[in-house]
Ligand binder design. Structure first.
Ligand code: FAD
Length: 510
């Protein structure tokens, strides 16, 4: 096998789930000028994981990169809009808060808005932080408004993501990939052959006897991690000590309520339940720790919390929080479940597939696959996973669900060093520590801390530049400005109807 430095001519993507077809569409578009051969090999007999229906706003950049409009995706996938996630019963039963895709309030004189809010709160003003966030207010009222290109100030800064039917999304991507010259082979892989000298993967053997060759392999084979894990033996880094949820049951059901532009995550005795509204059904799932509930009890609980008739048999899934020690090894790069998994509490798997692809392009190798490229990619990927892990852990640590074994356990999980540093800065000074490869920025962390009433000891002395009366006035004006903007929005269901009827071709309503 040739492992000297020559341009890559042949990429083989192993797996035709969301990761495989995202990789195929993205690479076909972005590398079109190189006229590479790109092949997706998957097995209809094995199928895909069949879940993964909520995204984060970065999906919009991905769609732009592959030249697919949001409206086309919404229409083809029975999709809906998502302004964030409502966390019900996490702090304690009966309490809820929202993690929006948007900013809170307006910073002034270089001082973040939340310090002014904290100051007012200390003086007895109990207006919730959510009152200063347009995305939260849109979500609360089931409204849709596209973000402005050039918002007048921070109050207008927000974004949206999509909910979609995962199998329809994969079908849409597949159609696009094939139209862009990607080849597709349906066949079960029975053997992975490696070059004796370099250890690079050289061929795949299919059950049919067909033998496929390739120079760069993208492993999107799902939890099995056929190439990176099985063939190259890259071990799995197990994070269950921080994130012990290791199972999920998914059941789609008929929707009874209007389509809300938000995902709901409801705390349950041994984990949490997702609710993802789609136009033709609702996606539901119970993510739980098998140390705290049996599969049958978990299924019974989920079944008793469906808003409508179940539309399919329960889909039971098992996973381990963590990631492959290396995401890129020799001439194999893993994406999606083949590279690792973090529970879908913040819908981060699809965005991790996207960021993996975005990281790969600037480091795109030649046939020799210089190990320094892989080392750079791996360092970045591990950091990105660790940052998300820390953010997810923050969803559990401050809970007040006392007397419930799972939640008591989660309150006592020792934070990672990175999370402890962030929490210390917040609790002592209301400050955020920002790291390279943080997926979640200050407003996301703020929504969690405020949602759990985990507030700092003091506001910044810099916020004392304004007296109470001045702040009362300016905060009231911010709320009024949000009210004015809300009048420009339309009901979410009305926007979705326009999408379905073909009366709009982009999210701006044109
Ligand atoms: P899969 O869908 O498992 O695809 C694997 C592919 O490999 C298949 O095509 C299969 O045929 C092929 N394959 C495997 N072995 C062979 C073989 N021997 N021969 C040939 N082909 C083979 N992500 C989000 O972003 N948002 C969410 O809300 C979300 N919710 C989730 C909930 C749960 C419970 C779980 C488990 C995951 C969730 N995810 C979510 C993650 C998301 O589902 C996945 O990241 C996404 O679907 C990508 O999966 P995949 O393509 O990596 O793997």
């Amino acid at each position: 096998m040739n492992v000297t430095s020559a341009p890559i001519r042949k990429i083989v993507i192993v797996g035709g789930g969301t990761a495989g077809w995202m990789a195929a569409t993205y690479l076909a578009r972005r590398l079109a000028h190189l006229r590479l051969s790109i092949t997706v090999v998957d097995s209809a007999a094995i199928g895909t994981v069949g879940v993964g229906e909520a995204t984060v706003p970065a999906i919009r950049d991905f769609l732009t990169a592959i030249e697919l409009s949001e409206v086309e995706v919404l229409r083809a996938t029975e999709g809906t809009i998502k302004y964030g996630i409502r966390f019900a019963d996490w702090q304690r039963p009966g309490h809820a808060f929202f993690h929006p895709f948007g900013l809170y309030g307006v910073a002034a004189h270089g001082v973040a808005f939340h310090h002014y809010w904290l100051k007012q709160r200390g003086a007895g003003d109990n207006t919730p932080l959510a009152a200063y966030c347009l995305a939260t207010q849109l979500a609360d009222r089931d409204l849709f408004l596209p973000p402005a290109d050039r918002p007048a100030n921070d109050l207008g800064v927000f974004n949206f993501a999509l909910h979609f039917d995962a199998s329809r999304f994969a079908t849409l991507l597949r159609r696009l990939a094939l139209a862009n010259g990607v080849q597709h082979v349906d066949g079960r892989i029975v053997e992975v052959e490696r070059d004796g000298e370099s250890g690079h993967v050289s061929h795949l053997l299919l059950e049919s006897g067909e033998r496929l060759d390739g120079e760069l392999w993208i492993d999107c084979s799902g939890f099995r991690s056929l190439l990176l894990g099985e063939a190259l033996g890259v071990p799995y880094v197990d994070w269950r000590r921080w994130l012990p949820c290791d199972r999920a049951i998914a059941i789609p059901c008929r929707g009874a309520s209007p389509h809300k532009p938000l995902t709901t995550a409801t705390a349950r005795p041994a984990g949490w339940q997702w609710h993802i509204p789609l136009r033709h059904r609702v996606g539901n799932g119970y993510v739980y720790s098998s140390d705290f509930v049996s599969d049958n009890d978990a299924e019974a609980l989920l079944t008793s919390h469906l808003e409508g008739e179940a539309l399919a048999a329960p889909n039971r899934l098992r996973f381990t929080a963590g990631h492959r020690a290396r995401f890129w090894e020799k001439n194999v790069v893993a994406l999606g479940l083949a590279s690792g998994f973090l529970e879908p509490l913040e819908s981060t798997s699809i965005t991790l597939i996207q960021s993996g692809l975005e990281r790969l392009l600037p480091l795109f190798p030649d046939t020799a696959c210089d190990p320094r490229l892989a080392a750079t990619y791996n360092r970045q990927s591990v950091l990105e996973f660790e940052r998300i892990r820390d953010f997810l852990l923050l969803h559990y640590l401050p809970n007040q669900r006392r007397g419930e074994p799972f939640w008591d356990f989660m309150r006592a999980v020792p934070p990672t060093e990175g999370l402890q540093i962030k929490m210390d800065a917040w609790r002592s000074a209301g400050e955020f520590v920002r790291n390279e490869w943080d997926t979640f920025q200050d407003p996301s962390w703020l929504s969690m801390y405020a949602g759990f009433d985990d507030l700092p000891a003091r506001h910044s002395p810099l916020a004392d530049r304004f007296d109470h009366a001045t702040l009362t006035d300016s905060l009231a004006r911010m709320r009024a400005a949000i009210d004015t903007t809300l009048k420009l929005a339309e009901p979410h269901h009305a926007f979705l109807s326009r999408v379905a009827d073909g009366r709009t071709e982009n999210a701006r309503g044109h």
